[in-house]
Design a protein around this ligand. Structure first.
Ligand SMILES: Cc1ncc(COP(=O)(O)O)c(C=O)c1O
Length: 404
């Protein structure tokens, strides 16, 4: 008989395997009946039953299996198990986008009349959902500055259920002192949810630092190839289960083929993050020293307000570098148009470098005063360093800055 522990992907040392080992092997040692090494794409909408007795066993909980493709799929499950391994989570649910992950989580965990606290530097669509959709359920929100744990304490009310934050935030890459924020929230019975998209599970493990749930836009570093849109929610089963149940109702699920692409992307996550981290710091240092750059935000630079927290909590600072070009809109446009390697595109975290001007892209429709409240100045640039050679990226930025 085959020894099922032989290929369990854990290695013989008894220690928890490292990030890259978990990224490659986690969740995939299912010993497929056909001995295929790669997890198959279960491209099916539904699953058939042998007879009504089997149906009854399933309905009455004696048999656990797949039933219909909006509720579960074996390819998804491989992704979910891999992410459990990477995040140190008991349970993970995979969804059709990062926004589906965040919005389904809010709706699953909140009741009419609840209150949440959120940090001000965050993805605009998350803020939009809270302001325009949750408000219809009379759910109110208090917005605080990311590093302000005193404001967090003051913002918590009797009906506060959640503290939601990104870490690092978007676009200023603020890093939350999560152990401290979680301590404050938990003292008052408030759950902590962290959107860890900008960190990836390689650079930060929010669940180990006190968060109750971690959400990701898996579109970014997890998928890593700018070729899919997906989201995940991970944490204890008791909190993830209601999110999974509501996903089956709301229907914001991922196609099995995209799930398989995500599974394949995740295998190289450790390797890719090493390069994103190296490129990020190299480019941030280069930009900081450049006379045509006004200011740089990167958590791995001593000048970043959260440098100390970031170096305490994170293993690396990833590929996104935010900076202001010296000058205004025209100078910044000249810089963007002068870039030859990075694509001008929204998104981040993929192998190709992407550059964006929030004033013309993610915030183009905001009135100036409102956009400035969010710190979106005319000369702000968000660069997502891909995995190209750092020298080539820097040479390209150098050429573009000469045009300023
Ligand atoms: C931090 C963060 N969270 C969530 C999202 C939404 O993710 P998706 O585009 O996968 O829906 C984004 C998108 O840019 C993001 O930057």
């Amino acid at each position: 008989m085959a020894d099922s522990t032989r290929n369990d992907g854990k290695g013989g040392s008894g220690k928890r395997p490292g990030h890259s080992t978990r990224a490659v092997h986690g969740g995939e040692r299912d010993h497929h009946a056909d001995h295929s090494l790669a997890t198959p794409i279960h491209q099916t909408s539904t699953f058939w039953f042998d007879d009504s007795a089997q149906l009854r066993d399933f309905a009455e909980g004696r048999l656990v299996r797949d039933e219909y493709g909006r509720y579960s799929n074996p390819t998804w499950r491989a992704v979910e198990r891999k992410i459990c391994d990477l995040e140190g989570a008991e349970e993970t649910v995979l969804l059709g986008s990062g926004m589906a992950a965040a919005t389904t989580t809010f709706l699953a965990l909140l009741e009419r009349g609840d209150h949440i606290v959120l940090t001000n530097d965050c993805y605009r669509r998350t803020r939009q959902f809270i302001g325009q959709v949750l408000s219809k359920l009379e759910i109110t929100a208090t917005v605080i500055a990311p590093a302000d744990t005193i404001a967090l304490k003051d913002a918590i009310q009797d009906n506060t259920r959640l503290f939601f934050t990104e870490s690092p935030t978007n676009p200023y890459l603020r890093v939350i002192d999560l152990p401290e924020a979680s301590r404050i929230a938990h003292e008052r019975g408030v759950k902590v949810i962290v959107d860890s998209t900008f960190a990836s599970p390689i650079n930060h493990a929010p669940l180990e630092d006190g968060a109750d749930l971690v959400v990701h836009s898996a579109t970014k570093y997890m998928g890593g190839h700018n070729d899919l849109i997906a989201g995940i929610v991970a944490g204890p089963k008791q909190i993830v289960d209601p999110v999974r149940a509501l996903t089956g109702v709301m229907g914001g699920i991922l196609d099995p083929h995209a799930a398989w692409l995500l599974l394949r992307g995740l295998k190289t996550l450790g390797l890719r993050m090493e390069r994103h981290n190296a490129n990020g710091i190299a480019v941030a240092r280069y930009l900081e020293a450049h006379p045509k750059v006004h200011q740089v935000w990167y958590p791995g630079l001593e000048s970043h307000p959260d440098y100390k927290v970031a170096t305490r909590l994170m293993n690396g600072f990833a590929g996104v570098v935010t900076f202001e070009v010296e000058g205004g809109l025209d100078e910044t446009i000249r810089f963007i148009d002068g870039c030859r390697l990075p694509y001008i595109a929204p998104s981040l975290g993929g192998v190709e470098s992407l550059v964006e001007m929030p004033v013309l892209m993610s915030y183009w429709d905001y009135p100036k005063e409102e956009r400035l409240q969010y710190g979106i100045t005319d000369n702000l640039v968000r660069l997502s360093c891909g995995i190209e050679d750092a020298d080539d990226l820097i040479a390209d930025l150098d050429g573009a800055l000469e045009k300023v």
